[in-house]
Design a protein around this ligand. Structure first.
Ligand code: PMP
Length: 365
């Protein structure tokens, strides 16, 4: 595709070119239906096939059994902060445990507080959100309603390398927005996981939720229908008009992961290779570049780092933009730079950035 830049945005983020080409076709006409995906009824057989395939592909990629529901919801991951708490915390004692490893975990806490009592079992705030807790620092309440964690903190670039251990019977709830589909997971360790699609799974507008069905028994009555997981599960995400186009693109992305990449194991090793190139450039820079995250908790999705001064950071961003490397500015709350290198960022884009890191350092030391 001509005129494409290397887009390091944290989300909405770069998508595979094959998916963009297929989506263009679908916008023209959805497989023999004579209608665009944008025009088609969500109750039509053609769209039923789309949503069923999107679900089946996600189940196959992540190994999600039928004992879990897979839902396609709206309102972003941000609404899940409330919805999880409305469905699984409201009216329960003791409350829920939260592990806070960055800005998104903190947001999840402030929303859930409206619904019940919480315990922050660990927070990295005092250390500037540079790492996840070590196993011996985590004390989960034995009968907590659930324990919530953020598998990858998009702003700080802090990622769990594996799921936290939880006591038997305490459901693990995960905000997986920014590393969903980036690596295999052990699904049976999760009670609920949710992810806004706009990083690894598709465009903005749909949020994927996987939820162990037995947890539906805990949902209190009286919730608004749209915010009650039972409604969404019963109607297979078609209680109201779902974000049809976004679900279609999630289906295309999942197909791409299966056919072109070969699944999440292969995706994980490509992601490790890409992240490794950038962290090697940071670590080998003699202190010119300084990573934000502790090496034990470094994200393979969002690589956050600083230069020796804000002036040099601005100059770097200008030169990068001239070379077609965009959206590298860090989030305002952390500063510095952030390279988001989700699944669809090719190795070549990361190599181009690594080369610039090296030449820029050589010219400024
Ligand atoms: N959680 C994480 C980890 C995120 O990165 C984001 C979005 N950047 C959100 C939650 C919020 O997602 P949304 O904008 O879809 O509500």
């Amino acid at each position: 595709m001509s005129d494409r830049v290397w887009n390091f945005s944290a989300g909405p983020a770069t998508l595979p070119e094959r998916v963009l080409a297929e989506a263009r076709e679908g916008i023209h006409e959805l497989s023999g239906s004579g209608m665009s995906i944008l025009e088609i009824s969500h109750r039509s057989p053609a769209f039923q096939d789309v949503i069923a395939e999107a679900e089946a592909e996600l189940r196959a990629l992540l190994g999600i059994p039928d004992s879990y529901a897979v839902l396609f919801l709206q309102g972003g991951a941000s609404l899940q902060f409330s919805m999880v708490a409305m469905n699984l915390l409201r009216g329960r004692t003791p409350g829920a445990d939260y592990v806070v490893t960055g800005s998104w975990g903190a947001k999840a806490v402030s929303e859930a507080r409206h619904e019940g009592s919480l315990r922050i079992v660990w927070s990295g705030e005092d250390e500037g959100f540079t790492r996840v807790p070590r196993p011996n620092e985590l004390r989960i309440t034995d009968d907590a309603a659930y324990v919530h964690f953020t598998s990858n903190e998009t702003i700080q670039g802090v990622q769990w390398q594996s799921e936290p251990d939880t006591p038997d019977g305490v459901p693990l709830v995960c905000d997986m927005s920014s590393d969903f589909l980036s690596r295999p997971i052990e699904i049976d360790r999760y009670g609920v996981l949710f992810a806004g699609a706009q990083k690894n799974a598709g465009p903005a507008g749909v949020t994927v939720v996987a939820l162990r069905r037995e947890l539906l028994d805990r949902v209190p009555d009286g919730l608004p229908s749209m915010l009650d997981y039972r409604t969404q599960e019963k109607s297979k995400s078609l209680y109201n008009t779902p974000p049809t186009f976004a679900i279609y693109v999630v289906m295309l992305v999942a197909r791409w992961l299966r056919d072109e990449i070969g699944g999440l194991g292969e995706m994980a090793s490509r992601n490790a290779e890409k992240a490794g190139l950038l962290y090697d450039a940071i670590d080998g820079s003699g202190g010119f570049y300084r990573g934000h995250a502790d090496p034990s908790s470094r994200s393979r999705m969002n690589v956050t780092f600083r230069l020796p001064s804000e002036d040099l950071e601005r100059r770097f961003l200008d030169i990068a933009a001239e070379r077609g490397l965009l959206e590298l500015k860090g989030h305002r709350s952390v500063g510095g730079l952030r390279a988001s290198i989700y699944n669809a960022m090719p190795l070549e884009g990361v190599r181009t950035l690594t080369e610039l890191l090296e030449t820029f350092r050589a010219e400024h030391t």
